[in-house]
Design a protein around this ligand. Sequence first.
Ligand SMILES: C[S@@+](CC[C@H](N)C(=O)[O-])C[C@H]1O[C@@H](n2cnc3c(N)ncnc32)[C@H](O)[C@@H]1O
Length: 340
Amino acid sequence: MSVPVSVQASPQDRDRIAQLVCGHMATRVVGAAASLGLADLIGSEPVPASELAGALGCHPGALLRLLRAMAALELLTETEAGVFRLTGAGSLLRTDHEDSMHSFVGMTTHPAMLDAWRLLDEAVRAGSTVFDRVFGTDFFRHLGQDGQLSEQFNTAMRQSARIAARVLPSAFDFGRYGTLADIGGGNGTLLSAILAEHPRLRGILFDTPEGIAQARLPRRCERQSGDFFAAVPAGAELYLLKSILHDWDDARSASILDNIRAVIPEHGRLLVVEPVLPEVVEPGESALAYLSDLNMLVNLGGQERTGAEFARLFAGSGFELADVTPLPPARFSLIEAVPV
Ligand SMILES: C[S@@+](CC[C@H](N)C(=O)[O-])C[C@H]1O[C@@H](n2cnc3c(N)ncnc32)[C@H](O)[C@@H]1O
């Protein structure tokens, strides 16, 4: 089908397309900087490229080119020719920064996250994940088969859970309840932060055996491993799902919700922490949630959802959407649902 084009494109529009298709190169720049451990060698003072090349055993000319690309991408500032210091964004690549994104970058640029993206068009045609076609199994089984990758994934999740861990404990009145179960809670970063602020609350961390392997939990928290498609632990009034439903399509998500509905008491609450997409894409809005949505399609067969889509999903499993509270600066919202 061919249609006449009446929309004018400016030279800036050409730049925009060029920037977008070169985006994968920027991804590689950030990934290489993280895997070389560059940021850890640059303190608060500017450092000459030649010194960094010596410390890292890199080709001096090639490293200088990488550093200049990083400066153009606003991760470094070139204070004088060949001398660099970290910007605020670049400092997040340090492993010792309290908000470090080093492992998050390592995981997001890992072949397990990137390789299936080559088949995005196939995923769009089929409306389903293409991860299995590339790796021969699904994403979480693939993680489960590789201890090192699983640990890297957990660390990356812990780094991205930290912001939510700062805002969620005060965003809901956890003190009114006795026990909170974090379903698919990974290594318990978020649950531990909530329990630390609510001393009378008890916790249940539930995940796969690999998921909870590195959990460090307070004494008020028990850990249980299992499969949330089979059953979830009973005995809590609050059930938390952070970054879980978006991993799965509606049918798989419904089976997790059905299992929670089977054990949640009538006065209980379901707390879902995820991005909520607006009903219509708003001009100037960050593309991150939409890219995450496609990442879910490609790698997991999941999706990000609008408020109306959450409401429909909940209704099918005997829950009613009660409230949605954005949690700035996290890109997530707290979505509350009650059993009906
Ligand atoms: C995207 S991570 C979210 C982790 C954590 N909630 C967070 O936000 O940091 C998804 C979690 O679901 C867990 N998971 C995947 N499949 C599972 C299953 N069938 N049963 C229980 N947990 C599962 C994974 O091990 C992982 O910890």
